[in-house]
Ligand binder design. Structure first.
Ligand code: GCO
Length: 465
């Protein structure tokens, strides 16, 4: 498989999933801290209080990143760690932690990609109405300003929101993620609208205030439609399915991305939600519709779709697909069709901001033989390379995840890392997949530099002639 010369190879994590030390050193509580205190909410009663204790082990974790040869590392800032009440009083110790993290990454030549919000919403702001409060967009803008002031001299890659589909859909509609609400559709859409406004205002702040020229996007939770054949009618059916909104739910591909990039909510959703649509104030859509530099998408799996006789689409359930430990089907073609369909609709270069799998990993004589993950990555990346070969501009890939970590409602029961974490001892073990990824990155770098040399030789030849 071949990737563009300047392609970015990275791995991703998020604050609540790895940091631990949740409200230590002056940090505040997040909605995830509070959900963890409610019995029966998280598998095995797990919480993120200690997690991978990355807050104290970040140096050794960055050594591991360097060992794998990562070029970029995507992590998130815990909003309540830097603003314990979500707004107002600043916790300098929290900001200092991220500043040290950035410095240590840069020392190792690893480019930081910062996610501003990966779900640990400040509990104090939740008590003031959370995303239902129209002020939430300004709270987020002020928080963005604080982070940008402190870090943008050294950081230029930004992701505003991670997966509004999840923190609004799973958190406010289905009640399985924090804050654990099961709200009516109109409240869910209002919360979503304010989160979109928060994204817009955050991008405005980054563009206006960042010291180093910023590169900005958001990360969407993407469910990919895969055509059952290469016939044009099946491809068209999959494309339609991919952007359709059929349920009164926000877990879909268009509801958040269309306003961000196209400046309007998708008609099909507006019709379906009808009276439940939130009030849209003058200027809201303009604020949400900021120029972005790339389309960030988190892709884990896809659904097969075929055309029907009446030019519609139908889902085809394939029974023979392997599944990950999350029970998600292994569908490598999602990394072919996903980038392709997104690029076609939004006309932007793509970055895979997350992709990977949970596996039933065990340590054996100090090693973790995660053959399943290697096969998974190999097949998925092969499809991504094929998309690029077919003309999709794609800038990078962030493997989810660097470390095994707190998998939200599943607690520590699911392991997504290329590094195994022993939660009792906080020891890390590079899994076989980490070695595989290291080789892939090294090979890519050496092939790219050879290609560059050949290109320079050719240029010389031309010049001489
Ligand atoms: C998500 C989140 C990650 C998850 C990962 C595996 O995509 O749901 O961004 O935090 O841990 O995706 O579920």
């Amino acid at each position: 498989m071949k990737f563009p010369e300047d392609f970015i190879w990275g791995a991703a994590t998020s604050s609540y999933q790895i940091e631990g030390a949740a409200y230590r050193d002056g940090g505040g509580r997040s909605v995830w801290d509070m959900l963890g205190r409610q019995a029966g909410r998280i598998a095995n009663g797990d919480t993120g209080e200690i997690a991978c204790d990355h807050y104290h082990h970040y140096k050794k974790d960055i050594d591991l990143m360097a060992e794998v040869g990562l070029q970029a590392y995507r992590f998130s800032i815990s909003w309540p760690r830097v603003l314990p009440d979500g707004a107002g009083k600043v916790n300098q110790q929290g900001l200092d932690f991220y500043s040290r993290l950035v410095d240590t990454l840069l020392e190792k030549n690893i480019t930081p990609w910062i996610t501003l919000f990966h779900w640990d919403f400040p509990y104090e702001l939740y008590c003031r109405g959370g995303w239902l409060n129209r002020d939430s967009a300004d709270w987020f803008a002020d928080y963005t300003q604080l982070v940008v002031d402190r870090l943008s001299d050294r950081v230029s890659h930004w992701i505003t929101l991670n997966e509004p589909q999840c923190f609004i859909g799973l958190g406010h509609q289905d009640g399985i993620h924090a804050p654990g609400m099961k709200m009516g559709v109109s409240e869910v859409l209002l919360a979503g609208h304010n989160a979109l406004r928060a994204h817009g205002k955050s991008v405005e702040v980054i563009r206006a205030q960042a010291k180093a020229a910023p590169f900005v996007g958001a990360s969407q939770a993407s469910i990919i439609s895969i055509p059952v054949s290469d016939q044009p009618h099946d491809i068209e059916a999959a494309r339609q399915h991919m952007f359709s909104i059929r349920k009164k739910h926000v877990f879909n591909n268009a509801w958040f991305s269309d306003p961000m990039i196209l400046g309007r909510y998708p008609d099909e959703g507006v019709e379906l939600f009808a009276a439940d649509m939130p009030e849209i104030f003058a200027g809201d859509l303009e604020c949400i519709n900021q120029k972005l530099d790339y389309f960030g998408t988190n892709i884990y799996s896809g659904i097969h779709v075929r055309a029907t006789a009446d030019n519609g689409f139908a889902v085809v359930v394939k029974k023979d697909l392997a599944e990950t430990a999350m029970g998600w089907p292994v569908t490598p073609e999602a990394l072919y069709w996903g980038p392709g369909f997104f690029h076609q609709r939004y006309q932007m270069p793509v970055v895979i901001t997350e992709s990977g799998m949970a596996n039933d990993d065990r340590v054996n004589n100090g090693m973790v033989h995660d053959r399943e993950r290697i096969e998974f990555l190999d097949k998925y990346l092969g499809e991504y390379a094929r998309a690029i070969e077919d003309g999709v501009p794609a800038l990078g890939y962030f493997l989810w995840s660097l470390l095994d970590n707190f998998e939200w409602a599943e607690g520590y029961s699911k392991r997504f890392g290329i590094v195994y974490v022993d939660y009792e001892t906080q020891q890390r073990v590079l899994k076989d997949s980490a070695g595989w990824y290291k080789n892939l990155i090294a090979r890519h770098i050496s092939e790219s530099s050879q290609d560059a040399e050949t290109a320079t030789d050719k240029n010389h030849t031309v010049e001489c002639v």
